[in-house]
Design a protein around this ligand. Structure first.
Ligand SMILES: Cc1cc2nc3c(=O)[nH]c(=O)nc-3n(C[C@H](O)[C@H](O)[C@H](O)COP(=O)(O)OP(=O)(O)OC[C@H]3O[C@@H](n4cnc5c(N)ncnc54)[C@H](O)[C@@H]3O)c2cc1C
Length: 357
């Protein structure tokens, strides 16, 4: 019997696993793919992520996880009226396969057991524990007093437990050799409605120019992508050579007020699975913070005696209250700068101790 089984070795799962293992809990971290695994991502670590890494992992992000240019100096976005806004901020440019693998190894160093190439198929709550059905080389079962489900936007474990309708944004990005008249140290986002149904973006990693668009209707993907490439050629002199790689992925479609699903019974939800995601898809900091908050909530209760599950949820909600307010402020900010996100305007801010969701 494990104390806690954590499903998904992304930033959320790794920060939860490391924190619990450091405190002496018997932790199993399950990952569907062989680590290091790719994850479609722009790989920008904003300052908040860098600070959280230092706080939770006790060191700086190692250089080998980074790509050139290693520093990100902020975001330049063009709003739906074509006006450019520049936000300077210290940040890093990392590859997610290397970064997430480093996080997972830190959890292992702290004492967590990592089982990669193992998919969680489903969770079944029993009276005093949870049965987790797993598929590794064979089908088998593990037991834990509590489970943290953080299998990300493509994960299916939560969908088998709760039936909340969820809509998604489809992302598509391509990697090219070439050149462009833009400063490679920035991440560029474009909110003009003719270029995407959500946002379009450009950034540079090692030798690659990366162009991406996101849509609500996948049938419109090719159309927007082609419009965006034409725009980048015309406005920024993009000279694009052969396409070396393309990635299609999903993002949770965040709704007004940023509703969060905290879990069901002994199965807590965290990270993107719970609905934590900041505008322009900045989700690493939210994952790190929320995974840690879930771990801290578990540490606040006594796992060896009769488990008071409502106490875990109260602590978890309280621990993530500042994060939720941050997330709403961020979406509010974007709502104010582009009509595309105008519906995200949120005025019901509350102080730190809300228990309403
Ligand atoms: C195109 C794109 C660009 C982005 N760019 C940025 C960026 O620059 N900066 C930023 O901060 N955020 C970015 N994000 C968002 C960020 O990637 C996510 O918010 C973040 O990874 C969420 O972390 P997580 O741990 O909750 O989930 P994930 O990182 O998705 O981790 C979930 C893990 O669970 C595993 N898994 C899935 N199913 C199972 C299963 N059944 N059993 C076991 N394991 C399973 C997955 O393989 C994965 O390893 C971007 C997202 C996209 C789509």
């Amino acid at each position: 019997m494990f104390d806690v089984i954590i499903i998904g070795a992304g930033p959320t799962g790794c920060s939860a696993a490391r924190e619990l293992a450091c405190t002496g809990y018997h932790v199993l971290l399950i990952e569907k793919f062989k680590m290091p695994r790719n994850k479609s991502c722009s790989g920008v670590l904003i300052k908040r992520s860098m600070d959280l890494i230092r706080k939770y992992f006790g060191e700086n992000v190692p250089a080998y996880t980074m790509c050139t240019p290693t520093d990100n100096q902020g975001m330049i976005f063009t709003n739906d009226k074509g006006r450019e806004c520049r936000y300077e901020q210290e940040g890093l440019n990392i590859w997610r396969d290397r970064f997430d693998y480093w996080l997972a190894r830190k959890a292992v160093e702290a004492g967590a057991e990592l089982r990669d190439e193992t998919a969680a198929l489903s969770c079944e709550e029993q009276k005093d524990y949870v049965l987790v059905n797993l598929k590794g080389p064979s089908l088998y079962v593990e037991k834990a007093k509590l489970v943290i489900v953080c299998d990300g936007v493509t994960g299916s474990v939560k969908r088998k437990l709760v039936h909340t309708p969820q809509s998604y944004i489809t992302t598509y990005q391509t990697f090219h050799k070439g050149s462009i008249d833009l400063d490679y140290h920035y991440f560029y986002a474009y909110l003009q409605p003719q270029l995407s149904e959500y946002d379009a973006w450009f950034n540079v990693k090692d030798d690659y120019l990366i162009f991406g668009v996101s849509v609500k209707d996948t049938n419109r993907l090719k159309h927007y992508y082609s419009e965006f490439i034409t725009y980048m050629k015309k406005h920024h002199n993009a000279r694009i050579e052969k396409q070396e790689r393309a990635e299609k992925w999903l993002m949770p479609h965040i709704m007004p007020g940023c509703p969060i699903e905290y879990g069901k019974g002994r199965m807590l939800f965290a990270g993107e699975t719970a609905g934590f995601l900041n505008p322009m898809g900045e989700g690493i900091s939210a994952g790190l913070e929320c995974g840690y908050a879930a771990a801290k909530a578990i540490e606040e209760i006594n796992l060896s005696s009769e488990l008071d599950i409502s106490a875990v949820y109260s602590a978890y909600r309280a621990n993530t209250s500042a994060l939720r307010n941050y997330m709403r402020r961020q979406w509010n900010f974007v709502a104010g700068t582009a009509d595309t996100f105008g519906h995200m305007k949120y005025t019901g801010f509350q102080v730190q101790t809300e228990h309403t969701f």
